[in-house]
Design a protein around this ligand. Structure first.
Ligand code: 5GP
Ligand code: MG
Length: 182
């Protein structure tokens, strides 16, 4: 798999030391609060597993399966909820964890439904990566691992056509392996 990469943005050690700091921050912020982490499948799987083992608090974990349709490497903004029920987080402080904030449409849709339909005590967003780009949606994440440029990345949970999620690092694909890349 590594031979498919064009460049490496973040090695595993860099990612994990950033997660040490994020874990400490979340531990401090949610002291004494009822915390439920809602992870967004499947991109946040590896991130959330490593992050939450660095959070020293009692908490609940639940998941939400959504599909953000994109052609090849570009998100086109349609978000489908693949399960009928939303998580029961009434009165809970909710931390929504996703892999990446790109256009923001996915997290805006999820946050909107949880706020409007689930009566949480609070909602914050946590992402591993945030792309530096102009968004037409007003959204930001409270906890951000790394800012990156407007490029398509894979690894550490992020996929291209279902592949590369289990790469322990984050990088860009060679053009011949990402034929639909911009
Ligand atoms: P949105 O555009 O709604 O913020 O992001 C939608 C989804 O597109 C993300 O959850 C992620 O699954 C996918 N996505 C956006 N940018 C990238 C990227 O650079 N690499 C990969 N692998 N997926 C991305
Ligand atoms: Mg995703």
């Amino acid at each position: 798999m590594h031979s498919h990469l064009d460049s490496v943005l973040f090695h595993e050690t860099t990612i994990l030391s950033r997660l040490d700091a994020m874990g400490r921050e979340i531990t401090r912020d949610y002291q004494g609060k009822n915390l439920t982490v809602v992870l967004i499948l499947h991109g946040s799987l590896f991130f959330v597993a490593d992050l939450l083992r660095r959070v020293n608090l009692p908490l609940r974990v639940t998941s939400l399966d959504v599909t953000s349709y994109h052609g090849g490497t570009q998100s086109c903004g349609t978000v489908t909820f693949n399960q009928l029920a939303l998580p029961n987080v009434q009165g809970q402080h909710v931390l929504i964890v996703d892999d990446i904030l790109d256009t923001g449409r996915t997290l805006a849709a999820i946050r909107g439904r949880i706020e409007n339909e689930c009566a949480p005590a609070s909602v914050r967003l946590c992402v591993l990566l945030k792309k530096r780009l102009a968004r037409d949606i007003a959204i930001d994440a409270h906890y951000i691992g790394f800012d990156i440029g407007d490029e398509f990345v894979v690894g550490y949970g992020l996929d291209y056509d279902g592949h590369y999620r289990n790469l322990p690092l984050i990088g860009t694909l060679k053009p011949e392996y990402s034929r639909h890349a911009l």
